[in-house]
Ligand binder design. Structure first.
Ligand code: NAD
Length: 476
C-alpha cells in the first residue's frame, strides 16, 4: 500500500465530483482564482526563495524571483487580461447547403488536469501550467519532482491557503508515485521533463486515452553569424549558460560558430562569464547543480570530450561542491557524448562551421530542438534558417526570452515535445472546442431523408458534385 498513491486516487475522485457540480466557472470566478494565486506568490516569495535555495544547495535569489515567481505572475496577469476574449464562443459559417442555420465553437473546461513537474524550475513549471488549467476552467493535480522536496512542501502549503483540495492539490513523492500519477485517468496531462521520461508518460496516458502536452528538452543550438558582434553574442550565450547554471530547458546547449572565429568567440564567452561571475565558488549569484549525481554527469561529459580530443577552457575555479565553473569545449565531434546528450549545465560546446549550409544541415540532421537562437545573421541567412529548420520556439539576437512572452505559445516539436501552453494556445489546449450546430425551425433537413431520389435531392447533389459519368450508381 502506498499512502500517496491512494491519496492521488481519492483526490482525483473528489476533483471529478466537484467538477461535475460546477463544470463551467464564469470568467469572473476564474479571474478570482488567478488573482488569488498572484497574491499568494507575493506573500509567500520569501518562503519559496528559501525552499528553492535549499533544494538546489544554492539558487540565486534573483533567478528564483525571475523564474519561479515573476514567470507565473506574468502568466496569470496575461490570462486575466485576455480570459473574457478567449472564453467567447466563436461563430463559424455553415456549409452553403445549411445556410440559415447556425454553427459555433464553445470552449468547454475539460475537467481535471494532471501536471508533472521537473526539478529545474519547480515554481514556474507547476504554477505556469496551473494558470493555464484554471484559466480554462479546470481543476488540477500537480506532481512535483523528487529532487525538489522543500519547494514541494512550500508550494503545497501556499496553494492550500487559496484553493480547496478538490480544486488544486500538490503531491510529492518519488518516481514510483510519479509513475502512478501518470497512469491516472485525467482529462488532460501536461508533462514537463526529459524526452526519455516523456515516452513513458505518453505510454501510461495512452491506457486511458488521456490527451498529453509534452514539454521536453533537447539540444538547443545558437547559430553565430559570420558578421555577428562577437562580444554581444558571447555575453548573451554566457548568460544563457550561466543562468541557473544552464539548468534551463531553453538554455543554448551548443553554439555553431564560423570556424575562423571559434577561438575568438571562446575568449569572448570566457571574458563575459568572468565579468558576470568574478568568482564561482561561494558566489550567491551562481546557482549550484541540483545534486551530486547531476554534477557528476556534467563532469563526465567534459571528461569524455577531453578523452576524445576536445580542447577545453575552464572559466572560474573548481571546488568540492556543486557550483561548477563554466567549461567551453572546442573541437566537438559526433563521437563525444556532449554532442548527443542534452548538457543541462554550464558547459558550452562550440561546433565550428564553414558555410551557413553546413550549420543548417547540422541542425536539421539532429532531433528537433526546443529552441533555436541566431546572432547577427543577415536577412537572407535568417530567412534560410527560419524556413529550413524546426524548433519549438526561436529568438534572434538573444536566448530564451521568447519563453517569457506569455502571448506566445510555448512548446516543443518532435523530440522536444508536442502541444503547447502559455497564452491563448494554453487556454485552447486545456479546453474542449465543442462543435455546436443549431438547426433552425424552418430548415427542411427532412428533404435529405429517404426515400431518396426526389428532384430536390438530385438537383442539390448535381449542383455540388455534377453528374455521375463513370457508370456506377443509380438515379436514386
Ligand atoms: P525527468 O524527465 O527526469 O523528470 C521529470 C518529472 O517526471 C519528475 O517530476 C519525475 O519525478 C517524473 N518522472 C520520472 N520518471 C517518471 C516515470 N517513469 N513516469 C512518470 N513520471 C516520471 O526530468 P528532470 O530531470 O526533472 O528535468 C530535466 C529535463 O526536463 C530536461 O530534459 C529539460 O530540458 C526538461 N525540461 C523541459 C522544459 C520544457 O518546458 N520543455 C522545462 C524544463 C525542463
Amino acid at each position: 500500500m502506498n499512502a500517496t498513491i491512494d491519496k492521488m486516487h481519492a483526490v482525483l475522485a473528489a476533483q471529478r465530483a466537484a467538477f461535475a457540480q460546477h463544470p463551467w466557472p464564469s470568467a469572473a470566478e476564474r479571474k478570482g482564482k488567478l488573482k488569488a494565486l498572484k497574491r499568494a506568490i507575493r506573500a509567500w516569495q520569501g518562503r519559496v526563495i528559501e525552499a528553492v535555495n535549499a533544494d538546489f544547495g544554492n539558487r540565486s535569489t534573483t533567478e528564483t524571483r525571475l523564474l519561479e515567481l515573476l514567470g507565473p505572475t506574468l502568466a496569470a496577469s496575461h490570462a486575466m487580461h485576455k480570459l473574457k476574449r478567449w472564453m467567447r464562443p466563436h461563430r463559424r459559417t455553415t456549409e452553403l447547403l445549411f445556410v440559415t442555420n447556425s454553427a459555433w465553437v464553445e470552449y468547454q473546461p475539460k475537467g481535471v488536469v494532471g501536471i508533472i513537474v521537473p526539478w529545474n524550475m519547480p515554481g514556474y513549471l507547476s504554477l505556469g501550467p496551473l494558470v493555464a488549467a484554471l484559466a480554462a476552467g479546470n481543476r488540477a493535480m500537480i506532481k512535483m519532482s523528487e529532487l525538489s522536496p522543500r519547494t514541494t512542501e512550500v508550494l503545497a502549503q501556499m496553494l492550500a491557503t487559496i484553493y480547496p483540495e478538490d480544486e488544486v492539490a500538490v503531491f510529492g513523492g518519488e518516481v514510483e508515485e510519479a509513475r502512478a500519477f501518470s497512469a491516472l485517468p485525467f482529462d488532460h496531462l501536461i508533462f514537463t521533463g526529459s524526452p526519455e521520461v516523456g515516452r513513458h508518460v505518453m505510454r501510461a496516458a495512452a491506457e486511458h486515452l488521456v490527451p498529453v502536452t509534452l514539454e521536453l528538452g533537447g539540444k538547443s543550438p545558437a547559430i553565430i553569424g559570420p558578421e555577428a558582434d562577437l562580444a554581444d553574442a558571447a555575453r548573451r550565450i554566457a548568460h544563457g549558460k550561466a543562468f541557473s547554471a544552464g539548468q534551463v530547458c531553453v538554455a543554448p546547449d551548443y553554439a555553431l560558430v564560423p570556424r575562423a572565429k571559434a577561438a575568438e568567440f571562446a575568449d569572448a564567452v570566457a571574458a563575459e562569464f568572468g565579468r558576470m561571475y568574478p568568482a564561482v565558488q561561494g558566489n550567491p549569484d551562481y546557482t549550484s547543480i541540483i545534486s551530486a549525481h547531476h554534477a557528476e554527469r556534467i563532469r563526465k561529459l567534459v571528461a569524455d570530450a577531453e578523452a576524445k580530443g576536445a580542447e577545453t577552457r575552464v572559466v572560474g575555479e573548481h571546488g568540492p561542491g556543486r557550483q561548477l565553473p563554466l567549461v567551453i569545449v572546442l573541437g566537438v565531434h559526433d563521437e563525444m557524448d556532449l554532442a548527443r546528450e542534452e548538457i543541462f549545465g554550464p558547459v558550452l560546446a562550440l561546433v565550428a562551421y564553414d558555410t551557413l549550409e553546413e550549420a543548417i544541415t547540422y541542425v536539421t540532421e539532429r532531433p528537433r530542438p526546443l529552441a533555436l537562437y541566431t546572432f547577427g545573421l543577415d536577412q537572407p541567412a535568417l530567412e534560410q534558417v527560419r524556413r529550413r529548420t524546426h524548433s519549438g520556439g526561436m529568438a534572434m539576437n538573444d536566448w530564451g526570452w521568447h519563453a517569457f512572452q506569455h502571448d506566445l505559445p510555448f512548446g516543443g516539436i518532435g523530440n522536444s515535445g508536442m502541444g503547447s501552453y502559455h497564452g491563448e494556445e494554453g487556454f485552447r489546449a486545456l479546453s474542449h472546442p465543442r462543435a455546436v450546430f443549431r438547426r433552425h425551425r424552418f430548415f427542411p433537413t427532412q428533404l435529405l431523408y429517404p426515400p431518396y431520389g426526389s428532384w430536390l435531392q438530385r438537383i442539390t447533389l448535381k449542383l455540388f458534385l455534377g453528374e455521375i459519368r463513370d457508370g456506377g450508381g443509380s438515379a436514386r
